[in-house]
Design a protein around this ligand. Structure first.
Ligand SMILES: [Zn+2]
Length: 220
């Protein structure tokens, strides 16, 4: 199958690449539509997956840039360099929505790692994002959302502290993902807002500086 061949040899076949991206765009990457609220959290007045336009977004600001200078952002998929993150933040999705996240297309089962050190906020399943993780970085400034996982790393738990590069799970196509990929969304957290999953997204694609790498000693 052409798509699988392309996945096995990324970036060698531009035509297959166009087909696969078109498949993602046509079907609409699951988490491009807002993830459902985590189960134990308060339910917002407007359910997230019914919000027109998807997650709101804000521009990267000077404080964000200062943060990423001090805390280099890692591509959260093993072996993927910053140039391998798709420029899909502003792509249109079904229902008039905007993606407002970055997709990383890699073969099923590729290891997903923490983009920064931080704390797992919630592991949740939802119809669109499939198997997902919400985490916050150590400063509490950001929320990172990982969607469409095949499965979690063994033993991963809510409230657990993880270090950058720590294994979180494996790339899959759970939810409505048409092909295996990681949907990664960085959001600017407002400490006063309880529905953190509705926080505005920022496009961090050009701020990744580290290639995804599993931490030594975390080789499950
Ligand atoms: Zn996506």
């Amino acid at each position: 199958m052409a798509i699988r061949a392309w996945l096995a040899a990324p970036r060698r076949n531009a035509i297959a690449g166009a087909i696969i991206m078109s498949a993602v765009m046509t079907t609409g990457c699951a988490a491009s539509i807002r993830p459902l609220p985590p189960l134990s959290a308060p339910i917002p007045s407007t359910p997230s997956d019914e919000t027109p336009g998807g997650t709101s977004s804000v521009p990267v600001d000077a404080t964000d840039i200062e943060y990423f200078d001090a805390n280099p952002l890692m591509v959260p998929v093993e072996g993927v360099a910053p140039t391998g993150v798709s420029n899909s933040f502003n792509e249109r999705r079904s229902g008039g929505r905007t993606h407002r996240a970055n997709d990383i297309l890699v073969p099923m089962g590729t290891r997903v790692v923490a983009a920064e050190s931080g704390t797992i906020m919630r592991l949740s399943q939802n119809a669109l994002g499939g198997t997902t993780i919400y985490m916050t970085d150590d400063s509490g400034r950001f929320i990172f959302y990982y969607a469409h996982l095949e499965k979690y790393a063994p033993g991963l738990a809510s409230k657990e502290h993880v270090l950058q590069g720590e294994l979180l799970g494996y790339v899959g196509k759970t939810g409505n993902a048409p092909v295996p990929h990681l949907h990664f969304q960085a959001m600017r957290r407002d400490p006063n807002r309880r529905d953190y999953w509705n926080s505005p997204a920022i496009d961090v694609r050009t701020y990744f500086t580290l290639t995804g790498r599993v931490r030594d000693g975390d080789e499950q």
